[in-house]
Design a binder for this molecule. Structure first.
Ligand code: 13P
Length: 343
């Protein structure tokens, strides 16, 4: 465990004005995304699409790291350079998704537990050799209003336990764990309920981190924001989202942690930017905040690309714009007018 490397990696991930691109969609998720643009999802079309994102001129001003998928970390640019080597030359940290997906949790209908611990020590050693310096594990927590209401205690603690075991293995391998307990925004629940569930999730997560001796100085939290359920009649505004999210994080996340990043979780591109901006503009926060978006960074690029080589330049411009907007938001310097100017 190289603590100096871990500290340098974590600090670089959340460097001022920079954030993380999540490009670790499984091939199945990629297929769903590519269907929306009528593009066949093959190993080569995935390589072309990821390559266009990674080689976007100037992206390194806004992007500190990229989360890759097992297939992607082994793929190459058109010039034959392995993606992680290409990124490292540009000063972008290669990261890797190491969980193997959320599976049904036994005896807990409607709930999932994330798997992937078997053989993880050996896989991490292999990924380190390929250049990965941080690793992501996503747990999913659903909110349900039935009787009993979800999430169950079982779901929170099973996922927290797995997150802690993965995080400890990462630190042992000198790879920074990016722990992602995602509270899903699907459902008609209120923002108050999302706040309660997010707090319970983070309490369970950090209790498990402590129980497994995971060092908070070498850890990045990737969290969902506290938002209204997708189909809730009352949709909270950006200031309320920011206030509730920060209240929960201050209660639960150690001040010794180097940073917090957010997932977009199905929010619109501009909402994800506006919410981040409202939080980053707050004074006296214990940690730097930034983005680690997949959909909210990629949607406009994917729609501009449409699977056509002729559209690569337009797709790169769309990606550059969203990365720049989110870079400003991570510094509390974004304004809605900046979006209109670009349109
Ligand atoms: P979204 O930003 O699309 O939620 O994706 C982030 C992520 O990495 C999900 O695991």
């Amino acid at each position: 465990m190289d603590k100096s490397l871990l500290a340098r990696t974590a600090a670089a991930m959340v460097a001022r004005g920079k954030g993380v691109l999540a490009a670790d969609e499984s091939s199945g998720t990629c297929e769903t995304r590519f269907k929306t643009i009528n593009t066949a999802c093959t190993e080569e079309s995935r390589r072309i699409y990821r390559g266009l994102l990674f080689t976007t001129p100037g992206a390194e001003q806004f992007i500190s790291g990229v989360i890759l998928y097992d297939e992607t970390i082994r793929q190459k640019t058109d010039d034959g350079v392995l993606f992680p080597d290409y990124m490292a030359k540009k000063g972008i940290l290669p990261g890797i998704k190491v969980d193997t997906g959320a599976k049904n949790l036994a005896l807990c209908p409607g709930e999932k537990v994330t798997e992937g611990l078997d053989g993880l020590r050996e896989r991490l050693a292999g990924y380190f050799k390929l250049g990965a310096r941080f690793a992501k594990w996503r747990a999913v927590i659903a909110i349900g209003e039935g009787n009993p209401a979800l999430p169950s205690h079982t779901c929170l603690y099973a996922n927290a336990h797995a997150l802690a075991r993965y995080a400890a293995l990462c630190q042992e391998a000198s790879i920074v764990p990016m722990i992602e307990p995602e509270v899903l925004l699907d459902g008609g629940h209120s923002i108050e309920r999302c706040e309660d569930v997010t707090e319970a999730t983070l309490r369970a997560t950090y209790a498990a981190m402590a129980a497994h001796n995971v060092s908070s100085e070498h850890l990045i939290l990737k969290t969902s924001m506290v938002v209204s359920g997708k189909t809730c009649a009352r949709q909270a505004g950006a200031d309320e989202v920011a206030e509730r999210t920060m209240r929960v994080l201050k209660r639960t996340v150690p001040a010794s942690q180097p940073g917090v990043v957010f997932l977009s979780g199905g929010q619109s591109d501009v909402s994800a930017t506006a919410h981040l901006n409202a939080m980053a503009a707050m004074k006296g926060l214990p940690w730097p905040l930034t983005f680690s978006y997949s959909r909210a960074l990629q949607n406009p690029a994917l729609n501009a690309w449409k699977g056509q080589n002729a559209n690569i330049g337009a797709a790169q411009r769309a990606f550059h714009h969203r990365a720049q907007m989110n870079s400003l938001a991570a510094q509390g310097k974004w304004k809605p007018e900046l979006e209109r100017k670009a349109a």
